[in-house]
Ligand binder design. Structure first.
Ligand SMILES: Nc1nc2c(ncn2[C@@H]2O[C@H](COP(=O)(O)OP(=O)(O)OP(=O)(O)O)[C@@H](O)[C@H]2O)c(=O)[nH]1
Ligand SMILES: [Mg+2]
Length: 213
């Protein structure tokens, strides 16, 4: 049986003012462009095309909200580190992420998706630090491990565990072979079990942005 039979797309936001109402709990999926965030979401919720995936980096350009159950959401964040993004758009994304992490009361956990074949990037650390600054647990998925041999995958896992230390937990993952999906789901469920704000009580955190005008 599907773990999330009623999962559905809620909305896309280009600006903080378009974010979903900030109540309950949500877990955000972040990571470098093309690292496999949208694929990981689809695998974890057991839906083929809920989050749009693409071979072209920079596919997810908006903050996409999905409802898992009433008051429980997943958020697909735009990928970072894509070199061909024009500077104004990159600056827009940076502001959007700052606004998201700075003001989202319902944020209960962060998944960082990284291609297991690439090292942890400075931008990954920046996201980890933003989450930790608000005592939000972080879990790193080392994705696309179907492209690695067993020994290589194990070595990368141990190295990443050592690098992350107390900052985050980590695991091997593949959207293709579904390796690690049960583990990822149980971490997600633990994050979602945190208590979030109730409707109408949102935004207890300071909003770092101001709506224009
Ligand atoms: N072999 C393999 N390919 C994968 C895996 N996960 C994702 N991919 C492929 O990697 C590419 C990017 O996947 P997406 O899920 O769209 O990545 P994303 O991080 O959401 O990308 P942006 O939204 O552009 O930042 C696609 O061609 C996927 O099919 C995996 O576990 N194994
Ligand atoms: Mg995506």
């Amino acid at each position: 049986m599907a773990a999330y039979p009623n999962v559905r797309f809620l909305k896309s936001a280009h600006e903080p003012s378009q974010f979903c109402e900030d109540f309950g709990v949500e877990v955000a999926f972040a990571g470098r462009s093309n690292s496999g965030k949208s694929s990981a979401i689809n695998t974890v919720v057991h839906r083929k095309d809920l989050a749009r995936t693409s071979k072209t980096p920079g596919r997810t350009q908006l903050v996409n909200f999905f409802e898992l159950r009433p008051g429980q959401r997943l958020v697909d964040l735009p990928g970072y580190g894509f070199a061909q993004v024009p500077p104004p758009l990159r600056e827009h994304w940076r502001r959007l992420m700052d606004a998201y992490f700075g003001a989202r009361s319902s944020l209960a956990g962060l998944f960082i998706i990284m291609d297991a074949r690439r090292p942890l990037a400075e931008t990954d650390w920046r996201m980890i630090e933003m989450a930790r600054a608000r005592a939000c647990p972080v879990h790193v998925l080392l994705s696309k491990v179907d492209k690695l041999g067993r020994n290589e995958a194990r070595t990368i896992l141990r190295r990443t565990e050592a690098e992350l230390g107390e900052a985050a937990s980590t695991q091997l993952f593949s959207a293709l072979s579904r390796e690690g999906v049960d583990q990822a789901r149980s971490v997600l469920e633990r994050m979602l079990a945190r208590e979030g704000p109730v409707p109408g009580e949102e935004l207890s955190l300071v909003q770092p942005w101001e709506a224009p005008g």
